[in-house]
Design a protein around this ligand. Sequence first.
Ligand code: PRP
Ligand code: MN
Ligand code: MG
Length: 181
Amino acid sequence: SREIEADLTEVLVTEQQIRDKLAELARQIEADYEGRDILLVGVLKGAVMVMADLARELRPHVTMDWMAVSSYGMGTQSSGVVRILKDLDTDLTGRHVLIVEDIIDSGLTLSWLRGNLESRGAASVEICALLRKPDAAKVEVDVRYLGFDIPNQFVVGYGLDYAERYRNLQDVAILAPHVYS
Ligand code: PRP
Ligand code: MN
Ligand code: MG
């Protein structure tokens, strides 16, 4: 249908809750990284909204770069196979890298990505993720800055997609089962 709302069962995290949480996380990041330059690494495509809003919440200079990795493809299940679709343009040697992600589901994407970026000689690699599904974890990910733990349901919006749709929804919402079953 053309109306996004018809495909949703419930709003899980509102736009306002997201904004407040990112402001809170930004204050922690500013304090933790005082005197150090941060390279924000956004994971395309899901992290674009978090990156855009978090970066603008941060008062010090930051630089941004992007990677595209894919583990989900068009389905709803993580395959566990992580592929680099677009690599960074930045040399990570000596850099303080903060990975920015929309969601930790199985944890496979981020555990792989952290190891990959650490192996490039970064001074530090930390993770900021807006959402995490604790009940879906296949591997534990040490996330330094976390927005919200959410139930193990298929969520969309604020960057999160199902088959590339719903990313432009302002809230994070549960996708109605009729859409994907
Ligand atoms: C989604 C999401 C995370 C990842 C989390 O990305 O944006 O990057 O899956 O899943 P995991 O913890 O089970 O690895 P996806 O692969 O769907 O690509 P997209 O960001 O382009 O939607
Ligand atoms: Mn993603
Ligand atoms: Mg996706």
